[in-house]
Design a protein. Structure first.
Length: 415
């Protein structure tokens, strides 16, 4: 390994399982096409719930991924993470040689084991403690997706898992960058995963009145920054990256999607679910990320917005972008992929990173769909309804989680 701080960090592989597809290419093509992955809930009977729609990963068969024992001991979140990690490593051209490198894993989640806990609770009530699986506790832990990915890939370096609510997936890239620049690893497989479309989760979110109730038109339910937005759409998925130092990626002739130029975090310290209304600390995270990357606000071409489709979040994020970018805010392309994928919770920030990196690579920006009625308090260029082909040299992705967690990552093209 090279010494601490000796290089720059780049992404050489991406894997994705999202409501738009089971691969990076399917997901990216769906985003550029403006396709919605929202539909009626199929994972449980939601007929008695006020919200009966979600953004599910469809067509995923874990039996084709893992042997029976590993499949039975792992959560859906873990299974999605393993599949995405395999694609990310293969995409980087490291499938056969990862074991020869000093590799690390960072897979973050927000509610990774929620479904297993809910299922075990019902089993205990209905059938007694002898029917509880001996792997229940371990499989429900937040770090288990990261550990199972490490087992799957044969990785023996650091394995980390952090929970920052909806900023978890973005924070994984911050952690990966730190590991590489500190010389603690040569390769980091990092990203976010979550899968908790369950009755108790939807009961709780319905009690909060945070979810869209547009059950009649599910594909139009997620409408970030539109005046008619009525809440977010809960989703699931996994997005994982392979990260390396630039010198080593170049030495082996790897394809490079872009540089992870910097990352920054702040906290609103305001409320457990509501954002600080002025966007003060969210804007500080953006400004600090730009400063660390030695980028001027005018250098940024694209902001991948957190854009949840809730009234408060979208207003606050717009204010934060104005505060951080000043006069340049009106010249930014601001896209909200949750309009198509719903909110992937712990994987949401990682999806935002995917959008930034693929926009840099393909010179194309996905749209914010379902944008029909502009909100006067949300007055930026949200790339409405159709993808835009334009060069993207520098981009940032925002992720703002419950508890006031703000995490922003900046990306740059590598010549």
């Amino acid at each position: 390994m090279s010494g601490p701080g000796a290089d720059r960090v780049v992404v050489t592989g991406i894997g994705a399982l999202t409501p738009l597809g089971l691969t990076l290419r399917e997901t990216w093509d769906g985003l550029l096409a403006g396709r919605s992955g929202v539909g009626p809930i199929s994972q449980f009977d939601a007929s008695g719930f006020p919200t009966r729609i979600a953004a599910e990963v469809t067509g995923f068969d874990p039996s084709g991924l893992l042997p029976v024992k590993r499949m039975n001991r792992s959560s859906r979140c873990t299974q999605l993470a393993i599949a995405a990690a395999r694609e990310a490593v293969d995409d980087a051209g490291l499938g056969a040689s990862l074991g020869d490198r000093e590799a690390a894993v960072v897979i973050n989640s927000a509610v990774s084991g929620f479904g297993g806990i809910e299922e075990a609770t019902h089993t205990l009530q209905d059938a007694g403690m002898r029917r509880i699986s001996p792997s229940f506790v371990a499989s429900s832990l937040t770090n288990m997706a990261a550990c199972e990915v490490a087992i799957d890939l044969g990785v023996h370096g650091p394995v980390n898992a952090s929970a920052l609510a909806c900023a978890s997936g973005t924070h994984a890239l911050l952690e990966a960058r730190q590991l590489l620049l500190a010389g603690a690893a040569d390769v980091v497989v990092a990203g976010g995963a979550d899968a908790s479309i369950t009755p108790v989760m939807f009961a709780g979110l319905s009690a909060m009145r945070g979810l869209s109730r547009n059950n009649e038109h599910p594909q139009q339910a997620s409408r970030p920054f539109d005046a008619g937005r009525d809440g977010f759409v809960f989703g699931e998925g996994a997005v994982v990256f392979t990260l390396e130092r630039l010198s080593e990626a170049r030495a082996r002739g790897a394809r490079i999607y872009g540089e992870v130029s910097s990352a920054a975090m702040t906290n609103d310290a305001f409320h457990i679910v509501a954002p600080e209304p002025e966007g003060t600390y969210a804007s500080q995270a953006i400004s600090r990320a730009l400063a660390k990357a030695r980028l001027d606000p005018s250098d940024i071409d694209l902001v991948c917005a957190h854009g949840t489709s809730t009234q408060a979040n979208d207003r606050t994020e717009t204010a934060a972008i104005h505060r951080a970018f000043g006069a340049h805010a009106s010249r930014l392309a601001v896209t909200a992929p949750k309009s198509m994928t719903g909110h992937l919770i712990g994987a949401a920030g990682a999806l935002g990173a995917l959008v930034c990196l693929m926009s840099i690579t393909d010179a194309a920006v996905p749209p914010t769909i379902n944008y029909a009625d502009p909100d006067p308090e949300c007055d930026l260029d949200y790339v409405p309804n159709e993808a835009r082909h334009q060069p993207v040299r520098h981009a940032v992705t925002n992720a703002f989680g419950f508890g006031g967690q703000n995490c922003v990552v900046a990306f740059s093209a590598v010549a």
